[in-house]
Ligand binder design. Structure first.
Ligand code: PRP
Length: 207
């Protein structure tokens, strides 16, 4: 079983509740996605590696730290786009690699439609950004792509998961930590998370 981290932060619980509300409009939904992504990425980066670095202050020298690993954000189109800006507020200099997947509505299987990764990996740590972990098919496919690319450390950062999705991702990739704001009750018969929040892509983009 991979490590599953369900955020216990009260700000996450509060913002997620407003995000779920069917009365929340598109603009507020996007703001909340951005804020939640920032909070979840903050939690997911607690173990990134540091090297010592000395810095000169106006008063002398301080022993400090700098990040060692090249980090990449991997938003899964389309819904993952809403998490990029919040993540970039914490990690403004990192690379962003987009992966395009949609879920076939009959088979619920992910279909890849965008991937422009270069031949060799350019990062050592990837944070997959996708708000919804439903059947887990999209998450497993994204990790498959990143492992084939050659990334040594991969983390999944999402907002709401179904137990089915957590199980599938954990079993397929037990080495990939899952950082999530909440694990809901179940998937319904058409593969939507219940109670969830509906379709995260449609709610962000007003479609
Ligand atoms: C949603 C969501 C995930 C996927 C989760 O995307 O953003 O990528 O479904 O489902 P799974 O765990 O069963 O694979 P969707 O296919 O609706 O595309 P969109 O982001 O373009 O709306």
């Amino acid at each position: 079983m991979s490590q599953v981290h369900v955020s216990q932060h009260p700000l996450v619980a509060h913002k997620l509740t407003v995000l779920r509300d069917e009365q929340t409009d598109h603009r507020s939904f996007r703001e909340l996605m951005r804020e939640l992504a920032l909070l979840l990425v903050y939690e997911a980066t607690q173990d990134v590696r540091l090297n010592p670095r000395q810095v000169k202050t106006p008063m002398g020298y301080a022993q400090g730290s700098k990040l060692v690993d090249a980090i990449g954000l991997v938003p899964v189109l389309r819904a993952g786009l809403g998490m990029v800006e919040g993540a970039l507020m914490l990690l403004p200099s990192v690379q962003v690699w987009h992966i395009g997947l949609y879920r076939d509505e009959h088979t619920l299987r992910p279909v890849q439609y965008y991937n422009r990764l270069p031949d060799a990996p350019t990062v050592e740590v990837c944070l997959i950004l996708d708000p919804m972990l439903a059947t887990g098919g999209s998450a497993v496919a994204t990790v498959d792509i990143l492992k084939k690319w050659g990334v040594p450390r991969i983390k999944y950062v999402g907002l709401i998961a179904a137990p089915e999705g957590v199980k599938r991702l954990s079993e397929a990739h037990p080495d990939v930590p899952i950082h999530i704001a909440a694990i809901d009750e179940r998937l319904n018969e058409v593969g939507f998370i219940v109670p969830g929040l509906g379709d995260a892509g449609d709610r962000q983009f007003g479609t």
